[in-house]
Write a protein of this length. Structure first.
Length: 152
């Protein structure tokens, strides 16, 4: 099943693609790789999810925010690249979690993104290499993720 068909089958709703918040390209193609700049969790109404994991939101809310980042990234890809069915596989994910210094489960938060990609692109092509780290993020967003995809 094509990724676009999987999105429809799962009943997923993509939020509006965010406009760049600085001097950068949302996506860039180099050879057969699609680089996607860091994305935050944009809700379907265009607003950002917010909260700091371990402080005012918990692990489950952080996971949901990372999943929402996945939907935001797909929207950005469709807006600036085109057909997501032209994506062959995810290659690399860099996940950042806005959290307290004592929070230690960054990978479990970023699983929200990774599990969504596996659902859409399949386990073989939807799981790539990954990093998950904690830090402070702009606008108090719970998660920010950048990724590299291989395209057909």
């Amino acid at each position: 099943m094509k990724p676009s068909e999987k999105i429809k089958k799962l009943g997923l709703v993509l939020p509006p693609a965010p406009k760049p918040a600085g001097v950068y390209r949302p996506v860039l193609i180099v050879d057969n790789f699609l680089y996607v700049s860091g994305q935050g969790p944009v809700k379907t109404d265009g607003t950002l999810m917010s909260g700091r994991v371990g402080d005012d939101i918990g692990l489950e809310e952080g996971y949901r925010a990372a999943r929402q980042v996945g939907l935001t990234m797909l929207s950005t890809i469709q807006t600036h690249f085109g057909d997501i069915d032209n994506i062959k596989r995810i290659v690399k994910v860099f996940g950042m979690v806005n959290c307290t210094p004592d929070f230690k489960k960054h990978p479990l938060v970023i699983n929200g993104f990774s599990e969504l990609m596996a659902e859409i692109f399949g386990k073989e092509n939807g799981i790539g290499t990954r990093s998950a780290v904690g830090m402070m993020l702009p606008e108090n967003i719970p998660a920010e993720i950048e990724a590299v995809f291989q395209i057909n």
